[in-house]
Write a protein that binds this ligand. Structure first.
Ligand code: COA
Length: 416
């Protein structure tokens, strides 16, 4: 079956997580992704957090599947010449170097555009061009702080907190993929490429949109009714951290289930949807609350919402998180068990759908990765192993028209 992005050639000049997550997604969907790496070392994640000596780390293998690897020192004239050839023949170049690195290498946007007016240059930086911090190098947690996630995550009596989800890295890569696909469609109409830039700060802030909503509500009203601070606590003039409170119009909390004393993940997330109040009361054995004026509206419940959660926890005390959800699902109550990485890795549904994929690798044996979260009716992305460092160097050089003698010469000049 042909894949939608077949025929799109991408120079993957990315490293660490934000850029590689983007190009990996495009590779799954059929693009020919050539990862350009520094000879001898390659992407730093190849060696970071290794679990097997001398073998590419999972950090690398899980972000670079379905790609080719070309080693090239793009600071040497011979390497630059190869990159120029590649630029002329490719559709997209993706990079996430530190600010100014591509310019210093001799490939600013105007040069790339001259070499190939149809080229789409896609860049990730920590901050957008012209921002007063646009000279900063940025990693995941820095972006979470700069984009508003950290100040609004965690508990009110603790420090700003980082999410385990890669809001700064992979999330930015996903934004960039949308930008690239949009520019490709635009190019079909105009025949021209363009530069697509995404900053990590902007991408985090985009996911924190509802917190900017809350800031404006707080400015106007002085309180936020769905936060645990309401109605008994104090609000300052900035959006507070709300712990595990539900972010929308329905209160929710993480509730203890049977075994929580010894299992740190024996919890469910429970949501009190307004119109589901009667089923909730029936499910937890409190039918008398259905009509009780202390409970039968959201505003009546809010002042003692934590007492209500406590009562639900009493009901949960003899049920595992899975048993509880199996009961609550029959009452159409939005809830889920708090799942561990181990449970997710072994989840038969996720295996079946390809969201958890087992990938054979030449050197490390089989490893698990997260497959495509995007499902298509006419295509199932197949996940293949990440490339070894320089695995496809000769193949790519041959495709660019280099002879065997020229390739051997290049190897010599590029040797570290
Ligand atoms: N051949 C020769 N030189 C190469 C090369 C190659 N194949 N690949 C990279 N380089 C050079 C770059 O040109 C740069 O050179 P210079 O700074 O001397 O001009 C150098 O390697 C270092 O690149 P840089 O990206 O600055 O690496 P770093 O390790 O210092 O910083 C980051 C890493 C992630 C902090 C930085 O790249 C960054 O801020 N990126 C943008 C934001 C981002 O994507 N962050 C998230 C990463 S998950």
């Amino acid at each position: 079956m042909s894949k939608p992005l077949e025929g799109i050639k991408i120079i993957d000049f990315t490293h660490v997580q934000a850029g590689p997550a983007c190009t990996q997604l495009l590779a799954w969907f059929g693009a020919d992704v050539i990862k350009v790496e520094r000879p001898g070392s390659g992407d730093v994640t190849r060696t970071q957090l290794r679990d097997i000596p001398d073998v590419d780390a999972l950090y690398f293998t899980m972000l670079n599947s379905n790609k080719k690897s070309l080693t090239l020192d793009t600071k040497k004239p011979e390497g630059k010449a190869v990159l120029e050839k590649l630029i002329k023949e490719s559709d997209v170049m993706v990079e996430n170097f530190g600010p100014g690195a591509l310019d210093r290498m001799g490939f600013p946007w105007h040069t790339i555009k001259e070499l190939n007016p149809k080229m789409i240059l896609a860049s990730v930086k920590g901050f957008s061009d012209g921002h007063h911090y646009d000279d900063l190098k940025v990693y995941e947690n820095v972006a979470q702080c700069a984009g508003g996630a950290a100040s609004t995550t965690g508990f009110w009596d603790g420090p700003p907190t980082i999410s385990a989800a890669a809001l700064g890295d992979s999330n930015t890569g996903m934004h960039l993929a949308i930008g690239i696909l949009t520019a490709l469609i635009g190019r079909d109409k105009t025949g021209k490429g363009q530069k697509v830039a995404v900053s990590m700060q902007d991408s985090v802030l985009n996911l924190c949109r509802v917190k900017l909503r809350d800031q404006q509500r707080l400015d106007r009203l002085g309180y936020l009714e769905e936060y645990p601070q309401y109605p008994h606590g104090e609000f300052s003039d900035v959006v507070p951290r709300g712990g595990n409170a539900g972010g929308g119009g329905q209160p929710g909390w993480v509730l203890k289930c049977k075994g929580w004393e010894t299992d740190p993940n024996s919890y469910i997330y429970f949501t009190i949807q307004g119109h589901a109040w009667a089923p909730i009361c029936r499910a937890i054995g409190k039918p008398e609350w259905i009509e009780d004026s202390n409970y039968n509206t959201a505003s009546a419940r809010q002042p003692h919402i934590f007492d209500i959660f406590k009562t639900i926890e009493e009901w949960l005390a003899d049920k595992t998180k899975f048993e509880a959800v199996d009961i609550l699902r029959k009452f159409d109550i939005p809830c889920a068990p708090v799942l561990t990485m181990k449970e997710l890795a072994n989840d038969p549904s996720l295996r079946e759908s390809g969201t958890i994929a087992e990938v054979p690798h030449k050197e490390r044996g089989t490893y698990l990765t997260v497959g495509s979260p995007i499902k298509f009716s006419d295509m199932k992305p197949e996940i293949t192993a990440s490339p070894l460092l320089g695995e496809h160097t000769d193949e790519v050089l041959e495709s660019l028209g280099y002879s065997s003698a020229e390739i051997a010469n290049l190897h010599q000049q590029q040797a570290v």
